[in-house]
Write a protein that binds this ligand. Structure first.
Ligand SMILES: Cc1ncc(COP(=O)(O)O)c(C=O)c1O
Length: 380
């Protein structure tokens, strides 16, 4: 059976091993591995199905439903803090499709895109289906996970076509400061590269200034957002790209499949009725506090995130391999994601596991108790 060389090179992610073990487990398992929000979907969704289906459907503009793009333009004018025209708003099949299209716009096969390390594993997959490469720039665990600007500069000097910024970051929950953003934008200008700003967790930020890369560099940035985490609507597959004027025509040609009209109508109704994300923010802030208390009680160290519903737990001295530890945790009843899944730049990933705090408080407490027990057993 002959496949393309590109398909042959695709490799399963490190998460797969844990997900497979978790999926076939016969014992009760607390799933803290998946980034699936537990805040309820907007209530309006349960009442609008008939109305949306009765309206019928037809082919759509690939950029998105005009009324939805208008509403999004208004919403993002407020979020980004600069006027956003409907013409610059694209509705995509989740942030995933927006990120893939952005990479396709900037990178040829063999070109490099710089990505955060640790970072969301999707970046590597999106680039590799296009034949592009990713190179990590380190986030420093001892300095609030700040990006290594020297590595970004070196990567751009070596010809990287774009820099992916993710703030708040999955998995660290850390932010990019305005000063670092400014410095990275200037580097991109100097080396004629682009910024791909992944801001899908922008509404789950507890402190600091929201990155808003598009406001700072509207000529250089494609900014990516999503209804998946913002409105707990992962299955609707609604992503948003805010695209500079000179890129819009080409970007629209990369939109090979429009998002279903049913999803877009639903998204429009949510914006009209339930766009307030503050209750969701409070929900995850409280959940982080529950986790912090339980971790302190069990003497486990972690990094306090400034955003997202993730939390990295530092493995105690003596635990040498996060992957083996995560496998032992699944067998003991908790699924997590081991550090190596998020990039291997410094080998630091072997020293932590990521929890997704998207289960009820009682389960979070129970899971942390199990993790503490497995940690003790692994070090004695
Ligand atoms: C940082 C980051 N970017 C993008 C995505 C993909 O989001 P979507 O569901 O909108 O495709 C995720 C999903 O977990 C993510 O964590």
């Amino acid at each position: 059976m002959r496949l393309s060389a590109r398909a042959d090179q695709l490799r399963p992610s490190a998460i797969r091993r844990i997900a497979e073990r978790a999926g076939t487990a016969k014992h009760p398992l607390i799933r803290l591995d998946i980034g699936e929000p537990d805040f309820p979907e907007p209530a309006v969704l349960s009442t609008i199905g008939n109305e949306i289906f009765a309206a019928g459907s037809s082919y759509l503009p690939t950029r998105g439903l005009p009324a939805f793009r208008e509403a999004l333009a208004q919403e993002f004018t407020t979020i980004i803090g600069t006027p956003i025209e409907a013409d610059g708003v694209f509705v995509t099949a989740g942030a995933s499709a927006a990120l893939t299209a952005a990479v396709a716009l900037f990178a040829d096969a063999g070109d490099t895109v710089l990505i955060p390390s640790p970072g969301y594993p999707g970046y590597g997959m999106f680039a590799s289906v296009l034949g592009a490469k990713t190179v990590g720039y380190a986030l420093d665990p001892d300095d609030d996970w700040r990006p290594d600007l020297g590595q970004i500069e070196q990567g751009l000097r070596d010809g990287a076509r774009a820099v992916v910024l993710n703030s708040p970051n999955n998995p660290t929950g850390s932010l990019i400061t305005p000063a670092d953003l400014q410095a990275i934008v200037e580097l991109c200008r100097r080396f004629d590269a682009w910024v791909i700003a992944d801001e899908v967790y922008h509404s789950i930020q507890f402190t600091g200034e929201v990155m808003n890369a598009y406001r700072h560099a509207p000529d250089r940035t494609i900014a990516v957002y999503s209804f998946s985490k913002t409105y707990s609507m992962t299955g609707f597959r609604i992503g948003i790209a805010i695209v500079p004027e000179l890129l819009r025509e080409k970007f629209s040609m990369l939109m090979l499949g429009a998002v279903s009209s049913v999803a877009q109508q639903a998204g429009l109704r949510v914006l009209e009725t339930e766009a307030d994300t503050l209750p969701m923010l409070a929900h995850y802030r409280d959940r982080q506090a529950v986790a912090a208390d339980a971790l302190a009680e069990h003497g486990l160290a972690s990094w306090a995130p400034e955003g997202t519903f993730y939390r990295l737990i530092a493995l105690p001295e003596g635990v040498v391999d996060a992957m083996d530890f995560a496998v032992a945790l699944v067998d003991a009843g908790v699924a997590t994601v081991p550090g190596p899944a998020f990039g291997e730049l410094t080998g630091f990933g072997t020293r932590y596991v990521r929890l997704s705090l998207t289960r009820p408080d009682a389960e979070i407490r129970e899971a942390i108790g199990i993790i503490a027990r497995v940690a003790r057993e692994s070090t004695t």
